[in-house]
Design a protein around this ligand. Structure first.
Ligand SMILES: [Ca+2]
Ligand SMILES: [Ca+2]
Ligand SMILES: [Ca+2]
Length: 462
């Protein structure tokens, strides 16, 4: 009941606002705001456009959910040290050090910059569950830090090659093509290692994406492009460790994780060197270097289930910032361009959630506007990491949600985008689109500067 009352209240207050505006002489004929303009995240919508915009609990949480969210908030910010189980190998000591203010990380520009990204590693082939084949001595992820007495696996080496593009209206955009390598590896890396660089994505609104029924996601898929529109979204199917079976992948840049709980446990493990009941071995397990001993799987995990569940609940119940400037003419025109450039073919504006077992009840039965189809798309060779991840090919990525993207600079103090943070603006992010999205990128490159500004105004209002 609460969500309905919430929406009603909002509608009423917006109605009052509209009346006030027309009194001020602003176009009285203005159409009523559409649902996406009022509640981007259904009953999860939070009214903040400040630096805490990604960090607020969903307003429909009640009673014990509020307490569990607060407990999870503390876990998300907890700084682990050696004594609390950090390492021996790790990347960062807390969730929040990568997902800064529950937002996105950036690629480090200079040696010594904070590392808010990771390198996934693998060899050609698949593990027994259809996932990436780990690299002997390195596993499936590079840990660039280690506790005292242990050596890190290596360092992230990142460099860029600038490529100048001239758009139809004569304006110039420089795209930076990254080059990645592992530097100072503690062991020589075998030949043919596949490397995928990924920055930390924002973590708000994800409970809602977990609550979209699988059938609703599959209804958007068109694997063989049967309707001939050049867009062929495919679901990823990935290994669910708890269920011991394959399930729809939803999270991560390649939809490589099936649930928030497994995503969280995998982050504790691979990113922080913390064992849980889901991942009982340290990422250092099997390594022969001094100090990197495998943990004893029968010992108590570094992070107990209660804490794992609290952290999971936290990321499942972060609210979604409401849109801004929705009545602005630029924004309205940009919204139409978003559709005509076929962005919405992948960045599906509207989804609905269902009441799914095992998820917070607050996620159920809502109309949401995440601008994603949760499917994999081939974005061409420019963005390819050439590293398969379960069903995802080396050229495929999951459409990322665009809600809240207009607040990136306000929250995170940078506006870098895409899976590895290579794009330094929304314009660069769009121009990198290739493959299935090439016609969309071309449409934007052909636009007048004024139209491009309108499209960007719309994205900025999300
Ligand atoms: Ca540990
Ligand atoms: Ca590793
Ligand atoms: Ca199609």
């Amino acid at each position: 009941m609460a969500p309905n009352r919430f929406v009603l209240l909002l509608l009423v207050s917006l109605g009052l606002l509209a009346t006030a505006c027309s009194k001020d002489g602003i176009d009285a004929e203005e159409p009523a705001p559409t649902a996406d303009e009022i509640t981007a995240g259904g009953a999860y919508t939070v009214q903040s456009a400040g630096s805490n915009a990604y960090s607020l609990p969903a307003p429909n949480l009640r009673g014990s959910s509020i307490e569990k969210h607060a407990a999870g908030d503390a876990e998300f910010e907890r700084n682990f040290v050696t004594a609390s189980g950090l390492g021996p190998l790790f990347i960062n000591g807390s969730c929040t050090s990568c997902h800064v203010r529950d937002g996105r990380g950036a690629a480090p520009l200079n040696p010594g910059d904070a590392v808010q990204m990771l390198f996934r590693l693998s060899l050609a082939g698949q593990d027994p569950h259809g996932g990436p084949q780990p690299v002997p001595g390195f596993g499936d992820q590079l840990q660039n830090r280690a506790i005292v007495g242990t050596v890190p696996e290596g360092e992230l080496s990142i460099s860029y090659l600038e490529q100048l593009r001239t758009l139809a209206d004569g304006s110039r955009v420089s795209l930076r093509q990254p080059r990645y390598a592992v530097a100072n590896a503690y062991l020589p890396l075998p030949g043919g290692v596949l490397l995928s660089a990924r920055v930390a994505p924002p973590v708000f609104g994800l409970g809602l994406l977990e609550a979209v029924a699988e059938a609703d996601v599959l209804a958007l898929a068109d694997a063989a492009d049967a309707n001939g529109d050049g867009i062929s979204g495919r679901p990823n199917y990935v290994w669910d460790v708890a269920a011991q079976q394959r399930r729809l992948g939803r999270f991560g840049w390649k939809a490589n994780q099936p649930s928030q709980r497994q995503q969280t446990a995998a982050a504790y493990n691979g990113d922080m060197g913390l064992t849980t009941s889901l991942f009982v071995l340290e990422p250092a397990a099997g390594q022969t270097q001094a100090g990197n001993n495998p943990s004893n799987p029968s010992a108590a995990p570094d992070v107990a289930d209660t804490r794992l569940d609290q952290t999971t609940f936290y990321v499942q119940t972060l609210g979604v910032p409401a849109r801004r400037d929705v009545r602005n003419e630029q924004v309205q025109a940009g919204k139409a361009l978003f559709v005509s450039a076929r962005c919405a073919a992948c960045h599906t504006p509207r989804l609905r959630t269902s009441a799914l077992p095992g998820l917070p009840v607050e996620t159920a039965n809502q109309i949401i506007f995440p601008y994603t189809d949760l499917l994999l798309h081939d974005l061409g060779p420019g963005l390819a990491d050439n590293r398969p991840d379960f069903e995802a090919s080396g050229q495929e990525w999951r459409t990322p949600p665009l809600w809240g993207i207009g607040l990136t600079e306000v929250v995170n103090g940078h506006s870098t985008f895409l899976h590895d943070g290579r794009a330094r603006s929304l314009t660069e992010a769009i121009l990198w689109h290739g493959g299935e999205a090439q016609p969309s990128a071309d449409a934007v490159a052909q636009m007048s500067a004024a139209d491009r500004a309108r499209l960007l105004a719309f994205l900025g209002s999300l």
